[in-house]
Ligand binder design. Sequence first.
Ligand code: ADE
Length: 240
Amino acid sequence: MRIDILTIFPKMFAPVLGESIVKRAQAKGKVEIFIHDLRDYTADKHRKVDDRPFGGGSGMVMRPEPIFRAIEWITKNEKRKTENCNSKLKTGKPKIILLTPQGKTLTQKLAKKISKYNHLILICGHYEGVDERVRQRLVDEEISIGDYVLTGGELPAMVLVDSLVRLIPGVLGDKNSLNFESFEGNLLEYSHYTRPATFRGMKVPEILLSGDHKKIEKWRKQEALLKTKKRRPDLLRAVL
Ligand code: ADE
């Protein structure tokens, strides 16, 4: 998978995407992530990425031109603007996603669907919003990471990338770890325990020490069901 991210805060990404599983996935060649500074795609000497809204009102609006130019550069490889953005992958038409609180809420189901694409372009929105013509002409899908408003689309883009990268085959070491996690089959995950068997008077459920794998599996299923019923009955109602 190739992911291009358009942002006015390019430095925000390395500390997050340069660590842990996403870092390893890039090193293994499972995903290529390119960060594009939208200011590099401006045509004026002040490198202006925003402007006042037509019709008046508060706040600034992200200008369409740098976004159009960045996407044209990415899709046609017109003229090299950003260092180290030469992809080794041959990808088809990219899916262009705008991160915005107005978008469809990100769920595990949506992450799975998006993880099937081999090229994504993520646009991190800012200010009061993005010029509507970006939506009209470029954007395929708008995604929100929840019903709250952040200062920009950078953190949401990183959340989306993290949720996608771990779904790419071969990224997580243990094949089973994807099958038993929260939201699989609309259930939350069962409880986990590790050594010691008794910690500050708290005991690990006896069954987990029994070595009877059939019984353990049954207990875990039951646990997941009870936990979901208690905490997220909405998930259970969705499958009934
Ligand atoms: N930009 C600001 N808030 C956001 C949110 N909740 N999801 C996606 N993009 C955003």
